[in-house]
Ligand binder design. Structure first.
Ligand code: PLP
Length: 287
């Protein structure tokens, strides 16, 4: 496996960075997770725009153009002979001294990892997920915006830890006002009386690229869709609940905090959206 590391391709075993990199020392950097379907990099432009926006927000200047990064990604896929893959794009602040100030860092580091896709087990889609809500809150949008996909993922890691302590694989974060924000690495949708709801950006969540794709797809398929805040109660009493994300695509949730959603089986509309999404990813890709 070949990893792109600052201008060269190195073997996985040799892909190492300095312990003085501020991405390592402080989580100072940004990243993206991107999917490749049958050789097509899905929504690459959207991912790159989000990457550059995240970087801008933390005053990290990416020393590459979007075209150059696109080229590097394509080359990484080619070199690893991957057709269906997961790409991890990382830009860290770079090597500096032990002080917090990024001024000591000489240059950002760009890393591209392309791996064979670890597809979620089919049973998860057939049976749906059981999830819980956790004590970890989404960070406030007025401080460090959750729209920044930074290397500091401690909130999300705490969510995962709380989920495993509860014996489930995923969990939901609320924001400081108690509105449902998102999962550890997925956005949430609920369906009630034929209307789809997802929390609006200001609630505090990453603006998921799969979320946006589902919003567009839902509109095409004729669903009414509202970006509105909702609470745990609304989730418990929804007809259907599902999560969206690059890795999971669209996955049904059948139990939340011990409450069965609908009849406890993945919802029909969720399945319809997943099927339509999978159909579309092939058409939407950029070679
Ligand atoms: N929320 C968080 C915190 C994430 O890390 C991710 C994954 O990237 C998502 C939501 C889903 O976003 P996307 O659909 O762009 O993968």
């Amino acid at each position: 496996q070949w990893i792109y590391l600052n201008g060269e391709f190195v073997k996985k075993e040799d892909a190492k960075i300095s312990v003085y990199d501020h991405g390592f020392l402080y989580g100072d950097g940004v990243f993206e997770g991107i999917r490749v379907y049958n050789g097509n990099v899905y929504k690459l432009e959207e991912h790159l725009v989000r990457l550059y926006n995240s970087a801008k927000s933390i005053m990290l200047e990416i020393p590459y153009t979007m075209d150059k990064i696109t080229e590097i990604i394509i080359e990484t896929l080619r070199k690893n002979e991957l057709n269906d893959a997961y790409i991890r794009l990382v830009v860290s602040r770079g090597v500096g001294n032990l002080g917090l100030d990024p001024a000591s860092c000489n240059a950002p580091q760009l890393i591209v990892i392309a791996e064979e896709l670890a597809i979620y087990p089919k049973e998860l889609y057939e049976h749906g997920l059981e999830i819980v809500t956790v004590a970890t809150r989404r960070n406030r949008p007025d401080v460090l915006s959750p729209k920044v996909k930074s290397l500091n993922y401690l909130n999300n890691i705490l969510v995962k830890l709380e989920a495993s302590l509860a014996g489930v694989s995923e969990a939901l974060m609320l924001n400081n006002e108690g509105y449902v924000a998102e999962g550890s690495a997925d956005n949430i949708f609920i369906l009630r009386e034929g209307v789809l709801y997802t929390p609006p950006g200001y609630i505090g969540a990453l603006e998921g690229i799969t979320r946006q794709a589902i919003i567009e797809l839902a509109e095409e398929l004729g669903y009414a869709l509202k970006e509105e805040p909702f609470t745990r109660h609304d989730v418990y009493t929804a007809d259907e609940v599902f999560l969206t994300g690059t890795a999971a695509e669209v996955i049904a949730v059948v139990k939340v905090d011990g409450r069965l959603i609908g009849d406890g089986k993945p919802g029909q509309e969720t399945q319809r959206l997943l099927d339509a999404f999978r159909q579309k990813v092939v058409e939407d890709g950029v070679k």
